[in-house]
Design a protein around this ligand. Sequence first.
Ligand code: MRU
Length: 378
Amino acid sequence: MALNLEGLPCAVSLIRAGSRGSNGPSNAAAATAAAFVSEEGAEPGAPLLVCLDQRALPAAEEHLCTDDWRCAVSWVKELAVRGAPAIGAAGASAVALAAHEAASSGRERFCERLEEASSVIRSARPTAVNLAWAVDRCMESAEALVRNGAAPDGVASALFDEACAIMREDEAANRRIGAFGSELLPQGCSVLTHCNAGSLATSFYGTALGVVYAAADAGKIRMVFADETRPVCQGSRLTAWELARAGVPVTLICDDMAASVMAAGKVDAVVVGADRIASNGDVANKIGTLGVAVLARHFGIPFYVAAPTSTVDPAAPVGSAIPIEERATAEVLPQPMDGVEVFNPAFDVTPAHLVTAIITEAGAFRPRDVLQALRQED
Ligand code: MRU
């Protein structure tokens, strides 16, 4: 099967109302934005956020469009858009929408409204640090512009450009991660992955699946085993769909099958993404990742984490400092049962000693050296 990334939709796009959009993956986003403009009457040039609704996959490929940052916050909370870098992109876009909305206010009120909105956007989900990182980057740029005397509409316009830059840089980082990661994989290898750290979870291309795509392009991939990833099933609904769409051989397994697939010698490497990486190399990622890492160590299989440097949090010295999101019990047990409590942490922390290497856009690092990746990016 030939690799076909052109068939993958963009998870997040920021578009100006009335613009034609571009070719390739963003055509569907541009069409959704055009429909929104004609139905809602958005003013020409207003920023519009378009997201692929990942709740509907794989049954339907539907896009959502809004000019309201509050709506973007709901989509992030409800997992319409998910995956650490993608929620960073959506968060930055939401700040651009908020700035446009507040731009008719006087300078002081503009700053207050932008600050209020950004703190709500920043806290929409707590674990993936990319969201706070992207919002903070936008707000630092806004504050610098205001200090230099920029008018609110100038700041709003600059924030649109900043959000677009974050998305372009994210895709470029993913392609570098892919190239570095592919070098670590042997010819004819089978990879196991958990959750979705693919194009759908980023601005485009993916982190863990970016490694898979680069390796597939080099003819190295025999098979990808995709863990189902209970309870929200990002593996079965998203990763399996994405890999099949991209033309990469994929076998879906239930989470509890990973051990026997590894025991049978069918897995040469594990590659996963990350939501936040502590300074010591501990890695927070989708619940279940820790179990996969323990299994990989038991069976002597390398366990790689692929993530951009925006996922590294120098303020978290160790994994236990990373806040772990607890989600609704209905994700685990749709019909409550008398006498049954449900615990639903969305992420777990894999200790650095179980991680073979962390692959970033600055290269592959031993987990304990991960801060070096940030220094190389400066
Ligand atoms: O709850 P989700 O679907 O947002 O969780 C996503 C993950 O855990 C991914 O593995 C992680 O964000 C890396 S995405 C490149």
